[in-house]
Design a protein around this ligand. Structure first.
Ligand SMILES: *Cc1c(COP(=O)(O)O)cnc(C)c1O
Length: 383
């Protein structure tokens, strides 16, 4: 198929041509570890062993690259496996990393507890403050790690400006695009070098599979990442890759509904007496609203609220909803609610990444909006 332009078409067709043997519309799950050789070294289409290559994983990698407008896509067993492989490829002991001060807690844990003991140094900064980022860059800074919208406070940072700062400083600019998904935001087009996804979230979209991905244009770095994928083995299995492919096909329609539901909830909660503050980039008084409107196609399905009444009221709210289920993770069709300071962000308690104790995070699903609003109202009435 020649390069379709529309995102939805690419999501459904890129890398997904029908099975040539049977005509099956859906490509098979190549649930195999190895491949027969036509004589020693006679590989069919290069497939030898599934750590180095599997056709189901390849289909997903083509699909993801297409959605991010990238030359290369790589699929991993989890978002953190993708991050770990990327950081191994670009860092060595003595190098410095500059990272946003409210990145995903697991990303901070990976760098501070795995890479720092190996000899890497890290500084966290407010990514929305470009002067602070410039000041944090050092001659030995090799990675500028950006997450926007950020988690859980939905801060927006300027990808194009940060890409320039990173490039001028000789660092690789990485954007964790998990919260936006490629439907809402394409960091490579704004100048970033590498996009990271936890495909566990919106790309998979159904809370049934763990996965991660990288998308990039640089051929040499892609080769190195492919080698590390082969040499260290953090690849996605065929069944997981297939579930992710299936999820991605509906990404566009899901993101539209996630965004419209979250916008409606944000607007309702701004006026709610039990809510002190709503963090959602779709609200006109959000400090990153205009920037988000310019670098994203919509504002997404994640929002956080500061509950009046402090920690106790916030906990009560998080434990009282019925449709919003209390759970880690995000990005599925079903709505989830979380208490970051003791759940997703427990590992950063006591650091500058600590989340206020009255903050509750909502991953707004694609259920009916009236049911979601009613569920929130009833839960707030108890807190
Ligand atoms: C979940 C998440 C990750 C880690 O991905 P896993 O698939 O859980 O390993 C990284 N970044 C963000 C923003 C996430 O939400």
């Amino acid at each position: 198929m020649t390069n379709p332009q529309d995102f939805s078409t690419r999501a459904i067709h890129s890398g997904q041509s029908f099975d040539p043997t049977t005509g099956a519309v859906i490509r098979p799950i190549y649930q195999t570890s190895t491949y027969v050789q036509d004589g020693i070294g006679g590989l069919r289409n290069g497939f030898e062993y599934s750590r180095s290559g599997n056709p189901t994983r390849s289909s997903l990698e083509v699909q993801i690259a297409s959605l991010e407008g990238a030359e290369h896509g790589l699929s991993f067993a989890s978002g953190l496996a993708a991050e770990d492989t990327l950081l191994r490829a670009v860092l060595k002991p003595g190098d410095h990393v500059v990272m946003g001060n409210d990145v995903y807690g697991g990303t901070h844990r990976l760098v501070s507890r795995v890479f720092v003991p190996w000899g890497v140094t890290i500084d966290t900064v407010e990514m929305a403050d470009l002067d602070a980022v410039r000041a944090a860059m050092r001659p030995d800074t090799k990675v500028l790690w950006v997450e926007t919208p950020s988690n859980p406070l939905l801060k927006i940072s300027d990808i194009a400006a940060l890409a320039e700062i990173g490039r001028a400083g000789g660092a690789i600019v990485v954007v964790d695009n998990t919260f936006a998904s490629p439907y809402l935001q394409n960091p490579l087009a704004l100048g970033a070098d590498v996009v990271v996804h936890s495909t566990t979230k919106y790309l998979g979209g159904h809370s049934d599979v763990l996965g991660g991905a990288l998308a990039l244009n640089d051929d040499a770095l892609a080769d190195k990442l492919g080698f590390l994928q082969f040499a260290t083995g953090p690849v996605s299995g065929p069944m997981d890759a297939w579930l992710t492919i299936r999820g991605i096909k509906t990404l566009a329609v899901r993101m539209e509904r996630h965004s419209s539901n979250a916008q409606a909830i944000a607007e309702a909660l701004v006026a709610h007496p039990s809510i002190e503050h709503v963090y959602y980039p779709g609200l006109p008084d959000h400090p990153g609203h205009e920037l988000a409107a310019s670098q994203m196609r919509g504002f997404g399905g994640m929002l956080s609220v500061a509950v009046r009444g402090g920690e106790a009221a916030a906990r009560k709210f998080a434990e009282s909803t019925k449709i919003f289920q209390l759970a880690e993770s995000l990005g599925g069709v079903e709505s989830l609610i979380g208490y970051p300071s003791e759940m997703t962000h427990f590992s950063v308690r006591g650091t500058e990444l600590e989340v206020p104790e009255n903050v509750v995070r909502l991953s707004v699903g694609i259920e009916g909006i009236n049911d979601l609003l009613g569920d929130i109202d009833a839960a707030l009435a108890t807190s």
